[in-house]
Write a new protein. Structure first.
Length: 227
């Protein structure tokens, strides 16, 4: 008897082929459509990575917020006690971030802060926006900063006792632009030279008096306009 030509065998064979085809099509569709949609998600930390595993972005709560990461190696950063985002370059090194927070202290006074910055390659921030509310005062500022050329890893590799000596022997960071609303309620714009010294200072005092000052390299006012 030829079982391969039996109607029951042909029916079973046809059914197996149909199932196999369906599984193949479904698996292929799943492989192409890997996007998952959520209406809402609760998460403590998200790591955005490239196909090779290089870290490019971290979104985290305070508890899991990372330290300083340079080329995939993490260094302690004890000053970080907040939630936010950290950006990383193509080499997996930190190059900016956003942190924020706020609460009422034990004395009942509100505290609030925010910080957005972008870093130089293997160095600290060169552009930053900050806001702060504490001790009953408020301030906000925007800064542009020149950083030295040596990588920050040279400093991190040293024992804490030797870092100050290293910094004193090498080029220092220099502020170049400072726009601020100060705690005394004045607003000012300072343009600085390559040494970080104020050379042009525009200011509106708390009572509303405006002024423009031109200063020499020693900080002496050489020209002034007030009203």
């Amino acid at each position: 008897m030829n079982y391969f030509s039996h109607p029951r065998f042909l029916a079973i064979y046809s059914g197996i082929l149909t199932i196999a085809f369906g599984v193949t099509v479904f698996a292929g569709f799943a492989a192409v459509n890997r996007r998952t949609k959520f209406d809402e998600i609760d998460v403590k930390r998200i790591n955005l990575v490239e196909p090779d595993g290089t870290l490019r972005l971290v979104i985290s709560d305070k508890a899991l917020f990372p330290g300083l990461i340079i080329k995939g190696k993490e260094y302690p950063h004890p000053d970080r006690q907040s939630a936010g985002l950290i950006f990383f370059n193509d080499e997996g090194s930190e190059n900016g971030g956003l942190i924020f927070g706020g609460s009422k202290g034990k004395d009942g006074k509100p505290e609030s802060y925010g910080h957005l910055s972008f870093d130089e390659y293997e160095q600290d921030q060169v552009f930053a926006i900050d806001t702060d509310q504490s001790e009953g005062t408020r301030s906000s500022k925007m800064e542009i900063i020149d950083r030295p050329d040596y990588p920050i890893t040279e400093v991190l590799a040293l024992p804490l006792a030797e870092r100050k000596k290293f910094m004193e022997a090498h080029a220092q960071s220099r502020p170049r632009f400072h726009l601020a609303r100060s705690p005394d309620q004045s607003v000012s714009l300072a343009l600085k030279d390559i040494q970080g010294r104020d050379r042009i200072l525009l200011k509106v005092a708390p009572e509303g008096t405006p002024s423009i000052q031109l200063l020499d390299e020693k900080g002496k006012v050489v020209s002034q306009v007030t009203r």
